[in-house]
Design a binder for this molecule. Structure first.
Ligand code: FAD
Ligand code: DLZ
Ligand code: SF4
Length: 518
């Protein structure tokens, strides 16, 4: 009897487990465009286009490869709007004996599918997602005996296990990590490189029209949509990056520049996350560039660490600690998300630039996510669930397994130190050092309080003040906590009062959250 291989919108890989487990001559591939997935948070318009167009192109690829594909479109009259509803309908339509599902990337979807299976008494074959270097159970085995989890040690084990960037038992270049070489600011007169983008074809254009029609109130613009939506174009994007940008990736990995969102970053996370690119291929091409002398070790090690280290590590943390992980709020953050996260209307030049970039591209690079929008949410004390829903909505590459640990753990320290031993809190001085934002800003990054005080700097000292008891004895925060203790009490009072006034001003209008309209 027929079985259905369920392929979700982030499982667009020809070698995905569910496709390997079926007989193409007898079984059917089920793909479903459903309202629930577009609206559980109000995703950026470009994210919906990327996924639906990626799905439609992938369905064509599967048909060309000999699969029978049952593809449910968003506008199909009988579309129930949910994965569960569509699987139930498809099982009846095909009188299917059961379904085959590759382990989904989100706990929410996994729980729904388990519930459906038991309600329908449906036979489900669960297949491992092999598109990662490690499995959740390997991570759990690594984590079990450890008192604390640190990416660096996981990463070293992954290097040794895969042989990536290894010379025998030793790390290539003689060191595991070249991060210290990767903190240059963008030189003032250095030209900003052009990046390859992919103009919409007819399929993508019809999805753009659909999204404009069905999701007009969602965040972001579709003007100039330029993401790849096929394997072939994603491969071109990767090759372009390796040839033209990888050599400088390390040097400028942490640099930020107004009006220049991409610099030498990979721009490949959406493709890796939905299956248009294979992380093994990305790492292999990067290593080849190093071995051929085309890219230096600090660049290649830095790039491979992001994929083999951070990407695998956050996924491991997610499946190891979910669902409880999302519930933590170690710093007692209780503030509403400021309205300018949605409309960018703020005098903070750094925040305005980053929100504008996200609106235009559904993208910001890592340091912008961590040290501008993330740092501000941490210092502001935004409620974890609100800032996490924002990250999930506004980035084209956002899926719970990767967004949640990065936001909840790394950016806002809501996990109390599982992901990072100390909060990534920084004042305006950090942003001034790594960008040209402050030169175009009405605030002064060196001022802690007063009318010209930089909000990042003001809130940084307020953050230390609010959490003095918690961090006073933290060995890696001793210098700043000592500096806080030396501040005169009237200065500390002024910081508290001005920070409270800033928070009130940021949340006194409720502009913008498109999820509120759902
Ligand atoms: P590059 O800088 O070129 O890096 C190469 C690749 O390494 C990326 O494509 C990505 O696959 C991987 N990578 C790098 N850093 C990380 C990381 N910390 N975690 C996982 N993978 C990493 N990444 C997502 O893919 N989806 C998210 O929803 C997401 N949310 C984030 C939220 C916050 C608060 C922060 C601080 C980071 C988040 N990241 C997320 C990680 C990182 O910012 C993006 O992967 C990266 O900016 C994507 O752009 P790029 O392809 O140009 O990356
Ligand atoms: C994000 C998304 C959107 C917007 N739409 C769909 C869809 O219509 N159909 C689909 O299969 N997947 C979609 N996705 C991606 C899913 O949310 C993602 O596959 C699950 O969350 C599992 O990670
Ligand atoms: Fe951002 Fe402060 Fe610099 Fe302005 S002065 S750009 S708010 S860090």
């Amino acid at each position: 009897m027929t079985r259905l291989a369920v392929i979700l919108g982030d499982q667009l890989s020809l070698d995905i487990g569910a496709l390997q487990a079926i007989d193409p001559a007898r079984d059917v591939v089920l793909m479903m465009e459903v309202m629930d997935e577009a609206t559980y948070v109000a995703h950026h318009k470009q994210k919906i286009v990327l996924i639906l167009s990626g799905m439609r192109h992938f369905a064509e690829e599967l048909r060309a490869a000999g699969y029978t594909v049952d593809y449910v479109r968003l506008d199909d009259a009988a579309n129930s709007g949910s994965f569960s509803g569509e699987i139930e309908r498809a099982v009846k339509r095909h009188r299917a004996a059961g379904i085959v599902v590759t382990h989904p990337g989100e706990h929410r979807v996994l729980a729904d599918l388990h519930a459906l299976a038991s309600e329908m008494d449906l036979s489900v074959e669960w297949v491992e997602d092999t598109r990662f270097f490690s499995t959740p159970s390997q991570f759990a085995a690594w984590a079990a005996p450890r008192r604390e989890l640190r990416m660096e040690f996981f990463y070293r084990q992954m290097r040794a296990a895969t042989g990536l960037l290894m010379d025998g038992a030793k790390p290539a270049g003689g060191q595991w990590n070249f991060d210290a070489a990767n903190r240059k600011a963008w030189p003032r007169h250095r030209a900003v490189p052009e990046r390859r983008r992919f103009p919409p074809d007819a399929i993508t254009q019809s999805v753009i029209d659909l999204v404009e029609r069905r999701f007009p109130h969602h965040f972001g613009t579709l003007d100039g949509f330029g993401w790849a939506v096929t394997h072939a174009d994603a491969e071109r994007a990767l090759e372009d990056f390796i040839a033209h940008h990888l050599p400088c990736f390390g040097d400028y990995q942490d640099a930020m520049r107004a009006g220049a969102p991409f610099l030498h970053h990979g721009l490949i996370s959406p493709y890796l996350n939905i299956g248009l690119l294979d992380p093994r291929r990305a790492c292999a091409l990067a290593e080849r560039a190093y071995r051929q002398g085309v890219a230096p070790i600090n660049a290649v090690e830095g790039f491979i660490r992001q994929i083999l280290g951070w990407r695998e590590y956050v996924r491991g943390v997610y499946w190891h600690l979910m669902p409880g992980y999302a519930e933590g709020n170690a710093l007692g953050a209780d503030q509403k998300l400021p309205a300018f996260y949605w409309d960018g209307e703020t005098d903070m030049a750094c925040v305005r630039d980053v929100i504008g970039t996200i609106r235009r591209h559904g993208y910001a690079h890592h340091i912008q996510r961590l040290m501008v929008t993330g740092n501000l949410a941490l210092l502001w004390g935004v409620r974890p669930a609100e800032i996490e829903a924002w990250y999930l909505a506004v980035f084209v590459d956002a899926f719970d397994w990767v967004e949640l640990p990065n936001t909840h753990g790394m950016a806002i320290h809501a996990d109390g130190g599982v992901m990072a031993s100390k909060p990534y809190a920084a004042s305006g001085a950090y942003i001034d050092r790594m960008s040209n934002y402050c030169r175009g800003c009405r605030y002064d990054p060196s001022q802690r309080h007063g009318k010209d005080a930089c909000p990042m700097t003001l809130l940084y000292w307020d953050f230390l003040d609010r959490h003095e008891t918690r961090f006073a004895a933290h060995p890696r925060m001793k210098l700043v906590m000592d500096a806080l203790a030396r501040l005169p009490s009237d200065v500390r009072q002024a910081i508290r009062a001005e920070a409270a006034a800033l928070r009130r001003a940021g949340t006194d209008r409720s502009a913008g959250d498109p999820s509120a309209a759902l």
